[in-house]
Write a protein that binds this ligand. Sequence first.
Ligand code: MN
Length: 380
Amino acid sequence: MSCLTIRAVETTLLDLPIRRPHHFATVTIDRQSVLLVRLRTAEGIDGLGEAVTPGGPWWGGESVEGIKATIDGYLAPLLVGEDACRITALLGAMDRVVAGNPFAKAAVEMALFDAKGKALGVPVYELLGGLVHASIPVTWALAAGDQQRDIAEAEEKLVHGEHAAFKLKMGELEPAADVRRVGAIARALAPRASVRVDLNSAWSEATAMRWLPALEEAGVELVEQPIPRWNLDGMARLAAAHRVAIMADESLGSVQDAWEIARRAAADVFALKLHKSGGIQNVTKIAAIAEATGIPCYGGASLETSIGTAAAAHVFATLPQLTEGCELFGPLWLADDLVEEPVAYRDGRLCVPQGPGLGVQLDEQQVRRYTREREAAPTR
Ligand code: MN
């Protein structure tokens, strides 16, 4: 096909309201900040991308403010004038100018895929081998920070048939109290739902060794990133010592991380995410390592709007290795969205968008409404 010449890469910082505060091990957030990427081409086709972090730089070091500076100052200048369809080549060019910063690169790559799909008139998943899953089951996060509220929220979801799997954030409390809290919730829900927990690296290996049996006992099926990201040997020892499945999230960023985790048997499940891994193509490479080593995959999220959720859905939908569902609940958790028609959910499953590119249209009015006014001191 003829090329799609990049004319500009524009970035906009936005702050979106959320339905309820979200508690992580180290921070609690009451809004979600988003960096919108608009890739303009000479042919008049725009590509949409989005960078978000799960509540600020605590997760992986990048913040939406830093991502904006990286794209504006370093990535956009090398993209202008280039062919947007040469995605792999452009990723290589970005890697030569900026090390790391996978969230920034994922947002740009998302916009390249959107533009290319629109130019060809096909959904992004058609550029990735086509659909394996037309919809993906969605895990709901219980992170209200209160045991009774979490149970009530889960009961409501179960009654309405919306979600059958729940993920609980842990690590805010002392281990004994935290395990008591989660144990009570898991016992209330486990017979009817799958209950998983995410420690976000909060425990030491010794603490995890001590408390994982109690979580298992309570019916927890999967424990995500119990210990710090760098401790792969510790993750391997935990995976070997306990029946409950250990999932790597923070430990698994790059394609090389995936190989190292697989080689050391440092996880039973991979959490795939676009942003931490630098985009769609890297996720497919990580899934290939999972396939080669028999590791099932889960579709992780960074609390995206419908733009990033659509991008993740397109790639997750093409992966036979994605057998553990996903947590692409961002658009349900946000109180508003940036697109004309938000991504659709049915019976607890995310429907993969069908239009060309990412299959979502930007709502300019919403963008104006939520654009950050000026450079206030960043809070997340
Ligand atoms: Mn996680």
